[in-house]
Design a protein around this ligand. Sequence first.
Ligand SMILES: NC(=O)c1ccc[n+]([C@@H]2O[C@H](COP(=O)([O-])OP(=O)(O)OC[C@H]3O[C@@H](n4cnc5c(N)ncnc54)[C@H](O)[C@@H]3O)[C@@H](O)[C@H]2O)c1
Length: 342
Amino acid sequence: MTGTPVRVGVVGFGYWGPNLVRNLDRLGDAQLVAACDLSEANLAKISALYPSVEATTDLDRMLADYNLDAVVVATSAPSHFAIASKVIAAGKHCFVEKPLTLTSADSEALVRAADERGVTLMVGHLMEYHSAINWIKNHIATGDLGDVLYVYMQRLNLGKVRTEENAFWSLAPHDVSIVLYLLGEMPDSVSANGAAYVTPGVQDTVFANLHFPSGKMANIHVSWLDPHKVRKLTIVGTKKMLVFDDMEATEKIWIYDRGVGEPTSALSYGEDLTLRFGDITVPFIKMTEPLGLEVQHFLDCCRSGETPRSDGRDGLRVVRILEAVGESMAAGGAPVVTTVEV
Ligand SMILES: NC(=O)c1ccc[n+]([C@@H]2O[C@H](COP(=O)([O-])OP(=O)(O)OC[C@H]3O[C@@H](n4cnc5c(N)ncnc54)[C@H](O)[C@@H]3O)[C@@H](O)[C@H]2O)c1
């Protein structure tokens, strides 16, 4: 604990809200004061677990009555914009689960509103707080991999098939935020193909290509229709290649000293390229619960006024890419410009 506890209210205590609340409670840097949910059953759950918390179905009352510093929004995505708008208008710091909103116009409006009101806006891009992802980001910066050429990611499973959003909106916000975080660059265009094999109109399988101004490429493959549960990231650099497998319990990162060597003789270039096979390294990564780090970062930013790592602008960039993937699929895979400026 680093000062007076931040007075926090939470909106949404369904599946994910309890995980955020558990961390808020455990860190000791926050005082959980009030909770709002439209479901009386879910309010009863929070009251049973945290008897001192004021539970209400009335968001306006929660924002007006409890002298809150900050509000954590963990409701389903369609309600994020309306709830976060109210929270910011009430002058409270605001954490919103991913995706920030369902359209880039709404995300942009939230970013502007938070700027105008002078409050912190942070989005729950959990993987930006993951120990392995941060290890990889630091490792790229050391130059060990050389220049990153391209990245591809797979998030595959059999089910859970959703009908209210396609597989890209459901599964890829994390992958998109990881790619932007690792490469530190916004793609200038996106092209995607997807298919709705299970529910008409709702793509369950999507292949998206992100094209970056630097020439780098990223491919994200998500699906609810796959025999394997896969959570994998591969980075190909000019010197080495790295694989992150989030399904592995301990050996999550593998670095391959492999590549294509320079020609050594006067033969034509293609004939004389050599394949290089070197050591495989598996670094030890000390894992800390990402959600605890994420929540702590939010509380620290509320206090210090520092811009969060996953701020509203980061949320907007991710939403613009999710949106552009939908636009490209609707246009038969045509490239869609992704530039955003706020
Ligand atoms: N970071 C992660 O890894 C992760 C994992 C799961 C879910 N999430 C995100 O968390 C959010 C919530 O997901 P979930 O699976 O918990 O959903 P959920 O449907 O299980 O729970 C949502 C809760 O919000 C309440 N709610 C809905 N609208 C409301 C409103 N207008 N006012 C007050 N309460 C309202 C519902 O009654 C419910 O209790 C989503 O944005 C989701 O993407 C993030």
